[in-house]
Write a protein that binds this ligand. Structure first.
Ligand SMILES: CC/C=C\C/C=C\C/C=C\C/C=C/C(=O)SCCNC(=O)CCNC(=O)[C@H](O)C(C)(C)COP(=O)(O)OP(=O)(O)OC[C@H]1O[C@@H](n2cnc3c(N)ncnc32)[C@H](O)[C@@H]1OP(=O)(O)O
Length: 301
């Protein structure tokens, strides 16, 4: 741990801030490329939105150090940003990526699932459902530029997009590792997996809690492209251009036809799903398993 302005800041977070410095340099490059003139970034504390109105595209960056774990705050801020972009006719597509080095998203924030009240678990789960439904059914083209590890809930975020580009680095693992924590992915995560990689591959990955390295993720169809780390965002934008070449109304109706039945399974039973999660996560055995996993993570650090 390093001490900074009276705050305990993990050394890893300081290292990752190298990415933020690189981000500042990139902002200069964007300005030189024309993005700066009259175009302002917006967003919130944990979600940075870099709009390119001329292209109709916004790059949405998760920036909740150290690992973009999906806290209630991050879920809420992401929903608000997506809602804003969905309702703004300027935008036809989003690229979802991470502002941190080496991690796209560590999945659900385990501190939200440990030692809290049933009311908190319910509020948290509703926020996760909300984010998934909004992203999965968004009329915008969504491309995930996966520039870091993306386990469990991070993988769900990626699967909710229309297209996935993954960085070719051994640390950039992606997959549904829930069972390794002693927990179970919800049915709508399972459905997303099945829709993406097929029943057999989904069944194996979900039961075994597989975290796929890039080449395997590509082979199984969990991601659509694997490219060098420094080409993830440009490749995502190139993919976006291909998707935006299709008229919105036709693409959106097709997307809805493909995805609505899956989303409706949750939309029609949201409250039952919340209660099922609350009773599962409140069990002593699950609390113990999550605490143990979290402690191991902290010791590793
Ligand atoms: C109706 C439904 C019924 C029942 C359903 C029940 C449950 C719900 C089930 C499924 C949905 C999805 C579940 C999840 O997403 S669970 C989370 C799974 N995530 C992981 O296993 C990832 C764990 N993290 C890592 O592997 C690494 O941190 C990572 C590879 C992402 C980055 O490695 P790095 O070496 O860069 O960082 P670390 O030193 O490991 O971590 C830094 C710091 O961050 C803390 N941390 C990491 N991950 C989490 C997390 N997910 N939540 C909270 N905190 C996290 C870690 O402890 C370190 O903290 P500190 O030591 O204090 O700095």
């Amino acid at each position: 741990m390093a001490l900074m302005a009276g705050l305990r800041v993990p050394a890893r977070a300081l290292l990752r801030s190298g990415c933020w410095l690189r981000g500042a340099a990139l902002a200069g490059a964007e300005a030189a490329a024309g993005l700066g003139a009259g175009v302002r970034r917006f967003g919130s504390q944990r979600v940075l939105v870099e709009p390119d109105p001329a292209a109709g595209v916004a790059v949405v960056k998760l920036k909740s150090p150290p690992v973009n774990s999906l806290s209630l705050e991050l879920l809420t801020e992401l929903v608000i940003s997506l809602e804003k972009l969905d309702n703004d006719k300027t935008f036809r597509g989003i690229v979802l990526t991470s502002d941190l080095c080496g991690v796209f998203s560590a999945g659900l924030d385990l501190t939200e699932l440990c030692g809290r009240s049933p009311a908190h678990y319910a509020e948290y789960w509703r926020a996760l459902q909300e984010l998934w439904l909004r992203l999965y059914l968004s009329g915008l083209v969504s491309v995930a530029a996966v520039n870091g590890a993306s386990p469990a809930g991070g993988c769900l975020l990626c699967l909710s997009c229309d297209y996935r580009v993954l960085a070719d680095s051994p640390s950039c693992v992606i997959g549904p590792n829930e069972t390794r924590l002693g927990i179970v992915a919800p049915f709508w995560f399972k459905d997303c997996m099945v829709n993406t990689v097929g029943h057999r591959a989904a069944e194996q990955a979900l039961q075994l809690g597989t975290l796929f390295p890039p080449a395997e993720a590509l082979r199984v169809g969990l991601v659509d492209q694997v490219v060098p780390e420094d080409q993830v965002q440009s490749t995502a934008l190139a993919a976006m251009a291909r998707w935006l070449a299709i008229p919105d109304h036709a693409r959106q109706l097709t997307k809805s036809m493909m995805r609505k039945p899956t989303a409706d399974r949750l939309a029609k039973h949201r409250e039952a799903d919340v209660q099922s999660f609350v009773s599962f996560v409140s069990r002593d055995s699950i609390q113990k398993a999550l605490q143990t996993y979290l402690e191991k993570l902290k010791q590793k650090g």
